[in-house]
Design a protein around this ligand. Structure first.
Ligand SMILES: Nc1nc2c(ncn2[C@@H]2O[C@H](COP(=O)(O)OP(=O)(O)O)[C@@H](O)[C@H]2O)c(=O)[nH]1
Ligand SMILES: [Mg+2]
Length: 398
C-alpha cells in the first residue's frame, strides 16, 4: 500500500482485505476509495481499486442473475411491467410528501385517494399526449442510505435502471440542496449516471494473448499523455481478469469511463427536474437557486404547481425532445394512423419497416414519404432514406 495515503484510508483497506462476504468487500473498498484524496500521486491506486470494485460488482451481478432465475415466480411489489415510454418520479423522503402522487393524478387521473398519504409501493398511471402513451410511475421516496438498502432503497433504485426517463421531484418549499444532493449521491452510488452519454468505447475479448488499445478517431487521439492512459487502461482491464482483449476508443475518454465500461451495473439515465408546489411563498427564489446551481448537470428544470394548475401543457412534447425521440405516422391505403410510432431520431425507412413488421422489410418495394413544409411534399424513396419527426410513410411491398 502506497505511503502517501491517509491513515484512515489504510485502515479501511485492511478492513477490505479482512472482509468476508462479497457485499462486505465491495462496501469496504468503496469506503476506502472515498477516503483516498484524488490527485496525481494517487491516480493509479484509485484506478486499480475502482477496477477491482468493478470486477466484484460483476461477480455480484452474476450471482443475483442466477438467483433471479432460481427464484422465478416470486414477483416483488416493486417490479413494474413496462408499457409505452416509462417515466419515473422519484424524490427524497419527507412528511408530508413533495407532491409526486399529486403530479401523477394531475397527468393521469390515477391514485387520487393516495394524495397526502405515504405511498410505500409504486403507483402507476398512463399520461396520454397526442395518442402517445407515457407510463408514469410514482415511486416511494428514498432516504439517506437507500443505495445500501435503507427503506427498500435497493428495490426502488433497481427499478430506476429500467426507466426511459427519470424526474427528480423537488419540493420548492424545502431545502433544495439537501434534496438534490441526496438524490444525486444515492443514484451515483447505485451506479446510475445522470445525463451523460455512454462513453465512446467498447471492450472486446479476442484470441490474441494480449490487451490492445486502439484510438480510432481524431477525438480519441486528442488526449495528452496518451501513452500513460494506454498503460492505465491495460492495467485496469487486466485487473478485471481480461487477459486478451481489444479496447476500441471512438472519442475523448477518461480512465473512469473504462472502469464504467467494465462495470455491468453502470447505466446511463436521462433526468429532468420538476420543482413542485411553486404556489407556496418564497418558491420563486428556490426555483432560481435550483436553476443556477444545477443547470450544468440538468439541462431541463421545470417549475410546477398542481394547486395553481401550472404544468407544461406540452409535457409529452418536452419529453420526446429531451429523449431525442421522434414520431412516424404510418399510412395504409391513403389513411394515416392516429397513433404514431415513437422511434430514436434519424431512423431509416428500413428501421421503420422492421418495427412495423418484418414482412414489410422482407418484401419491401418502395415507400412514399409525406413531409409537411417541404417543397416536394410527397416522395418515393428506398430503404436507406432517413426520416424526420412527424413524417408520414406508406410502405409498398412486392
Ligand atoms: N401548495 C401545494 N401543495 C401541494 C402541491 N402538490 C401537492 N401538494 C400537497 O403536498 C402533500 C403531499 O402530496 P403527495 O402528492 O401525496 O406527495 P408524495 O408523497 O410526493 O406523493 C399533500 O398534502 C398535497 O396536497 C402543490 O402544487 N402545491
Ligand atoms: Mg405519494
Amino acid at each position: 500500500m502506497s505511503s502517501n495515503l491517509p491513515p484512515q484510508a489504510k485502515a479501511k483497506y485492511q478492513e477490505y482485505l479482512d472482509a468476508g462476504s462479497l457485499e462486505e468487500r465491495i462496501k469496504k473498498l468503496e469506503e476506502f476509495l472515498s477516503l483516498v484524496p484524488k490527485h496525481k500521486a494517487t491516480e493509479r491506486i484509485v484506478a486499480l481499486n475502482k477496477s477491482r470494485l468493478a470486477k466484484m460488482k460483476r461477480e455480484l451481478e452474476d450471482r443475483k442473475q442466477k438467483q433471479k432465475i432460481t427464484q422465478k415466480g416470486l414477483i416483488s411489489p416493486f417490479s413494474i411491467k413496462k408499457e409505452g415510454i416509462q417515466v419515473i418520479f422519484i424524490s427524497v423522503y419527507h412528511t408530508p410528501g413533495v407532491g409526486k402522487t399529486s403530479l401523477l393524478k394531475y397527468l393521469s387521473g390515477a391514485a387520487e385517494e393516495k394524495i397526502g398519504r405515504f405511498t410505500s409501493i409504486p403507483e402507476i398511471g398512463i399520461y396520454k399526449y397526442n395518442k402517445i402513451r407515457f407510463q408514469i410511475v410514482d415511486m416511494p421516496s428514498i432516504m439517506e442510505g437507500a443505495s445500501d438498502g435503507v427503506g427498500n432503497g435497493k428495490e426502488i433504485l433497481s427499478q430506476l435502471r429500467a426507466a426511459d426517463l427519470l424526474c427528480f421531484c423537488i419540493d420548492l418549499s424545502r431545502n433544495i440542496k439537501e434534496q438534490m444532493d441526496l438524490l444525486i449521491y444515492e443514484l451515483s452510488k447505485a451506479d446510475i449516471r445522470i445525463n451523460l452519454p455512454p462513453p465512446p468505447l467498447i471492450i472486446e475479448k479476442t484470441g490474441a494473448n494480449k490487451i490492445q488499445v486502439l484510438y480510432l478517431t481524431k477525438e480519441a487521439k486528442n488526449t495528452n499523455e496518451i501513452e500513460e492512459l494506454t498503460e492505465r487502461i491495460k492495467e485496469v482491464v487486466y485487473e478485471n481478469g481480461i487477459r486478451n482483449g481489444i479496447v476500441k476508443i471512438y472519442g475523448e475518454i477518461t480512465i473512469d469511463n473504462v472502469i464504467d465500461a467494465l462495470t455491468p451495473s453502470v447505466v446511463y439515465k436521462k433526468v429532468i427536474v420538476l420543482g413542485t408546489k411553486g404556489d407556496l411563498p418564497q418558491t420563486q427564489e428556490s426555483f432560481n437557486f435550483l436553476k443556477q446551481n444545477y443547470r450544468d448537470k440538468f439541462p431541463l428544470i421545470l417549475g410546477t404547481s398542481v394547486v395553481k394548475n401550472n404544468f407544461p401543457k406540452d409535457f409529452g412534447e418536452i419529453i420526446l425532445k429531451f429523449l431525442k425521440k421522434i414520431r412516424i405516422y404510418t399510412m395504409s391505403s391513403g389513411r394515416v394512423a392516429e397513433k404514431p410510432l415513437v422511434m430514436d431520431e434519424n431512423p431509416s425507412i428500413k428501421d421503420v419497416a422492421l418495427k412495423v413488421h418484418r414482412s414489410f422489410f422482407d418484401s419491401f418495394d418502395h415507400a412514399i414519404v409525406i413531409r409537411e413544409g417541404e417543397r416536394q411534399k410527397r416522395k418515393k424513396v428506398g430503404l436507406d432514406y432517413i426520416l424526420k419527426d412527424k413524417d408520414i410513410i406508406e410502405i409498398h411491398t412486392t
